[in-house]
Design a binder for this molecule. Sequence first.
Ligand SMILES: [Fe+2]
Ligand SMILES: [Fe+2]
Length: 198
Amino acid sequence: MKYNINDISESVSKKLKKRRYIHSIGVMYTAQALAMKHEVSLEDAGVAGILHDVAKEMDEDELLHYCNKHNIPISPAEKAAPYLLHGKAGAYIAKKKYGIGEEHILDAIRFHTTGRAQMTMLEKIIFVADYIEPGRKQYDNGSDSSDTLYAIRKEAFTDLDRACALIMRRTIEYLKSDSDKHIDSTSIEAYEYYKVFL
Ligand SMILES: [Fe+2]
Ligand SMILES: [Fe+2]
């Protein structure tokens, strides 16, 4: 083991509010379970899972300031919806503060909010784990419709591409239902790529 996940977890627990830390633990274990099923490194999945929201306590002004200060590029979509930057800022913190050197782990943190086209297995695992971890509320009561959280949780252990597509469709429909909510172009590109798996 290259990284001490217990030490990382303890440090993250001091950085995040309790409910966000519990979510991060949920993502870590869910990502590790998915990694077992889909034959990805458990260590990579655990490290990316526990660190994915490490920048999430920053508010929007802080995220913009932090990214400018550290020369992290900000897209027009991110400028319009700065909370999206917690992925990029989190990857930067993972590298600089936690010494995570593997670009594929950093990418899984970087793209966990929007997803993107042609994700690696690890990126898909973190994207899906973030959505299905046990602490996420199941508003749809486990009915047998194909895109309930209940169904997506099962699908994640069968067909990860289809689980990504179901999550992206639900997220975009949710964002469209509220005209105040911004839909990031990366999310739309990702859905265009993954919708063939539906
Ligand atoms: Fe996040
Ligand atoms: Fe998260």
